[in-house]
Design a protein around this ligand. Sequence first.
Ligand code: CUA
Length: 352
Amino acid sequence: MKIFGIPIFPEQASVFAKDVDALYFFILAVCSFFALAVAVSVIYFGIRYHKTHDGEIGARIEGNLPLELLWSVIPTVIAMVMFGWGASVFYHLRRPPDDAMHIYAVGKQWMWKFQHLEGQREINELHIPAGRPITITISSEDVLHSLYFPAFRTKMDAIPGRYTELWFEAQTPGTYHIFCTEYCGTNHAGMIGNVIVLEPSEYQAWLQGGGVQGTLVERGARLFNSLQCDTCHVDTGQGRGPSLRDIFGTTVNLQDGSTAVVDEAYLRESILNSQAKIVNGFKPLMPTFQGLISEENLIALIEHVKSMSPKAATAAPAAPPASAGASASAGSSRIGPARSSAASVCSARPPA
Ligand code: CUA
């Protein structure tokens, strides 16, 4: 929406953009109406009933039941309409469809890094197909950030040490803004990018384009070996660590008698802070990987573990044929090249 050529409002480019806007304009209209009514009344009464001579005493008013009911019931009804409407939009925004395509995002001072399951990595650019729901799992490498797609009317904080999630379905191919909406340091305002919505066929072509070194799951499997996870976590369950086969989505019994659901957050904690939750029947032998493994490699490892539970985990799409040549991060960076963290972690060995 433009007024005098100045963009006032972002385009409506996702399936729920219209719903969010309708609610927004409804609340704006109600608030404007009452703000105006109150302001006009204040001015009118101020003039109409101002003091004209000394010793004047105002009339004593005892109350008025119909009026009091009116100004209780009307605001209640309006507030409940806002609540009900807002809750239904919120539910829609917070619950990704089961068939959503999965992408990871990592916020970092001052760039957005995206990882596709197929292996593509991008910085400050995100290529997605139109007409397909997309879930983005978000984490942060350093401080609080917030991933915002104004045209899709959705945003979510990137919180260090935690996974958050948002979803959307872009409708119209085009290029739209990505912003960081949490003040995160000097170059916060420069932490921007573009989401490029492609026709599904163009997206398939894009996937085939950049030479990637295997899918996310394959990268995770390589890390699993190089970090020597496989020496303890053997499939038979006879290793020093629990078998990871088919555990994703299950509930495990812990040493302290409690239980835990194996999800991304659990796997993350078990890798970084391995002593936090010890599976019943095992000794706390695993070293902590805090500081030894980057957010991006953590994502790859978690995807690998998920792939060992084919029933529970969302199946990773088939890998496009890898072609040598162009680098994995085909997307250009406005801020600077990504620091390659894979190499440093692969050579890192857990402390004995
Ligand atoms: Cu990242 Cu502001």
